[in-house]
Ligand binder design. Structure first.
Ligand code: 5GP
Ligand code: MN
Length: 344
């Protein structure tokens, strides 16, 4: 999506740009950035490649236009440590800091924002996202639910305001696109996804190298967890639902680190005939499980997760449910069965 006529962001910031963007939200966002000194970037808990790639790209873009933002990602999966600007990521913020501007990326609601207390206290807030379930919780919201990755929304914004998409920024953006589309495979990939990717490749981004790092390589702990998850996997409803789980004990035993559960829900979905894959993992407070759901062809798993206060996308969604494995399994499987019948 090429947006209108590009503007020169540096001229805009200096008040010399005559070609004021016709997109009101974008103009307001740029104004806010221009007038803000203390800026912070936030994303969701258990950050994935899109959350991290989007955050680092916005950090680099703001640096480019003379700002000095804080990028806060307290649980940083090791697989993404190679990304540009990783060394600037903060895992702590001083208590009671009030930011002039807080930007949330790849988050559909306030509860998802890691560091939401700082976000809430900021003088102004901006949300950039691609979830259909986004409830527009910022003062300014730039949400495009037809975009398969938050990073793709950012490419369109950066191109529009003529941020120089360097190889570093492009690497972060393509990481978001690659991971949220499973390597350009999922529904939601658009012709623009490839056009944007082509633009990023022209900037020198190494797609093969990036694919090996963010799609192909798994940590040893992730591999050990997948053995257990395969062992426990149950096929229900004539093989249309796959269910498996992981506990805190599993994580301790395999020495799991943040992000080591990534991709485990896909094991169930890869089985012939499975329409809904459900993977649940125990949370630190022990009495609750985080649900990851995927569907193959027709079931809207975002609708199912929404019933439990979560959300996401039609083919990939999540929520949190209280209880032990059996209780949580019964609740979520019951809704999955209903959805299978209703949405056939
Ligand atoms: P995952 O299963 O990879 O953790 O998440 C799949 C998708 O669902 C992602 O787009 C993620 O942002 C979204 N999602 C996961 N958990 C939640 C949740 O608790 N609330 C909402 N609103 N979205 C979630
Ligand atoms: Mn995303």
């Amino acid at each position: 999506m090429k947006l209108l006529k590009p503007i020169d962001i540096n001229k805009f910031l200096q008040g010399k740009e005559e070609n004021i963007p016709e997109n009101k939200t974008l103009t307001d966002i740029l104004d806010k950035i221009k007038e803000s000194e203390k800026i912070a970037i936030f994303t969701h808990e258990s950050p994935d490649g899109d959350a991290i790639g989007s955050s680092l790209s916005v950090y680099l873009a703001l640096k480019q236009i003379g700002k000095d933002p804080v990028v806060y990602i307290p649980e940083f999966p090791r697989v993404y440590e190679f990304l540009p600007a990783f060394e600037h990521v903060k895992s702590e913020i001083e208590e009671n800091v009030v930011f002039d501007l807080a930007i949330a990326l790849d988050c559909s609601d306030l509860a998802r924002v890691k560091g939401k207390e700082y976000f809430e206290n900021a003088k102004s807030t901006i949300v950039v996202d691609h979830h259909g379930t986004n409830n527009m919780f910022g003062d300014l919201n730039y949400v495009n639910s037809t975009s398969p990755a938050c990073a793709q929304v950012l490419v369109s914004i950066f191109e529009y305001i003529e941020i120089d998409i360097t190889k570093e920024i492009g690497t972060c953006l393509l990481t978001g696109i690659l991971t949220d589309t499973g390597g350009f495979r999922y529904q939601g990939v658009t012709a623009e996804t490839f056009e944007f990717a082509a633009d990023l490749l022209r900037k020198g981004v190494d797609v093969a190298d990036l694919s090996v790092k963010v799609l192909q390589t798994r940590t040893k702990a992730n591999f050990e967890l997948s053995r257990r998850i395969i062992d426990r996997l149950e096929l229900l409803e004539d093989g249309k639902i796959a269910f498996s789980y992981m506990t805190l004990k599993d994580e301790e035993e395999v020495l799991a680190e943040p992000g080591d559960h990534e991709g485990l829900v896909d094991i169930g979905r890869s089985i012939e005939g499975v329409e809904i894959s459900i993977f649940i993992r125990q949370k630190e407070d022990e009495d609750a499980y985080k649900i990851s759901m995927r569907s193959t062809n027709y079931v809207n798993v975002s609708d199912i997760c929404y019933l439990f206060g979560g959300g996401g996308h039609p083919r990939a969604a999540g929520c949190l449910i209280k209880g032990n494995v059996e209780q949580v399994k019964n609740k979520i499987v019951a809704e999955a069965k209903k959805a299978l019948k209703e949405q056939k």
